[in-house]
Design a protein around this ligand. Structure first.
Ligand SMILES: [Fe+2]
Ligand SMILES: [Fe+2]
Length: 161
């Protein structure tokens, strides 16, 4: 996991996460902190193994770490976070030793992580599912104010698919 740790420790990664954390300090809804990224990564890994896709663990963790990091630019410059994050991934991943093809895979997953893909095997499909499944709506005190439609909410503990 050397390349993933390099990514996490990049000064620009840390700076972006700090901006997000500062802007979300008083947020009542789901936060986009390191814990969320790790929750997504772990679910992706479980789904990857269960589906037989067996995707590379570093690509899973890189996608999860990058998928919401663009929120820093969304907060400071009103850039949509999926496109900001895709641009950041394009610049940061090669610095950490990811190949051109690996970088493109992660960029695509980050850019498309708000759209539904249900092939159950690609990086972006697993990212979408894990991102949505990671939120414990059933225990959220701000649920009545959330803009997620009821049918998208996780209203019970599901266990793995
Ligand atoms: Fe997101
Ligand atoms: Fe997310």
């Amino acid at each position: 996991m050397e390349r993933v740790n390099k990514l996490y420790n990049l000064p620009e990664y840390q700076e972006a996460q700090n901006i997000i954390d500062e802007h979300e300090a008083d947020r009542v809804f789901c936060r986009h902190d390191l814990q969320h990224s790790l929750d997504v990564a772990r679910l992706m890994h479980i789904y990857s193994m269960e589906s037989g896709a067996n995707l590379d663990k570093e690509l899973i963790y890189a996608s999860a770490l990058m998928h919401d990091i663009g929120r820093a630019l969304q907060y400071t410059d009103a850039v949509p976070h999926h496109t900001a994050g895709a641009d950041m991934a394009e610049q940061w991943l090669p610095k950490c030793g990811f190949t051109f093809e690996e970088t493109e895979d992660v960029v695509e997953a980050v850019r498309d992580h708000r759209q539904i893909y249900q092939d159950g095997a690609s990086l972006k499909s697993l990212l979408y599912a894990a991102d949505k499944d990671s939120r414990p709506c059933f225990a959220c005190k701000a649920r009545h104010m959330c803009n997620w439609p009821e049918e998208k909410m996780n209203l019970e503990i599901k266990g793995q698919k």
